[in-house]
Design a protein around this ligand. Structure first.
Ligand SMILES: *[C@@H]1O[C@H](CO)[C@@H](O)[C@H](O)[C@H]1NC(C)=O
Length: 187
């Protein structure tokens, strides 16, 4: 009996953690982007809230509209990973022209200041360069309607950059998210 209770408490009190990996397949001879170090804290990301993100990597190859992006997003529900479908461009979506999203920054003429402060571009095209973002605070103040499926739980996201038939950049992250405030702020 004691053993069962102990086992149950171990299973239910697992610590929140953030894990990531670069998932460019080894069959890709010339990746466009690789990541060597990524940090996300706190381990339990609380939204709305402040998230500290650090990234180190390399852009190896010029790219722009020639890449598309495929995002796989799953939520851990009742012991299984369940796909979060694509809704209003959020979730497991295919983006034929991800540069389009970044063009909002070009229109307003401003990158997020955390990127700008470290000389990192935020619009297409991207040129070969080092990516070096020291741990920087990003404030998530509002969650808009497209994110209203988001709830407390464990998520995994894999974002693949694709050129032709090759995955030329790939980032995989698994994290625990806690949504506070009992609801959503529609923005
Ligand atoms: C983020 O941190 C700043 C500075 O500590 C604080 O004023 C702000 O309220 C925080 N934002 C959220 C959404 O918690």
């Amino acid at each position: 009996m004691k053993a069962i209770i102990l086992l149950l408490s171990v299973l239910t009190s697992s610590e929140a953690t953030v894990t990531w990996r670069d998932c460019v397949p080894s069959s890709t001879a010339h990746p466009y982007v690789t990541f060597t170090s990524v940090s996300i804290s706190p381990d339990l990301v609380v939204l709305p809230g402040n998230v500290t993100i650090g990234v180190q990597g390399t852009v190896h190859h010029h790219f722009g509209k020639d890449v598309r992006m495929v995002v796989h997003m799953d939520k851990y529900l009742l012991g299984v990973w369940s796909k979060v479908p694509c809704h209003s461009n959020v979730g497991s979506c295919n983006y034929d022209n991800p540069c389009e999203f970044l063009s909002a920054f070009a229109t307003s003429g401003t990158c997020p200041h955390q990127l700008e402060a470290h000389g990192l571009p935020c619009t297409c095209p991207f040129n070969p360069s080092d990516i070096n973002l020291p741990p920087s605070v990003f404030e998530v103040t509002k969650i808009n309607a497209a994110w209203n499926w988001l709830a407390t739980g464990k998520f995994r996201v894999q974002a693949e950059m694709i050129h032709g038939n090759d995955i030329v950049g790939c980032f995989h992250v698994e994290m625990d998210i806690k949504v506070i405030g009992g609801g959503f702020i529609f923005g």
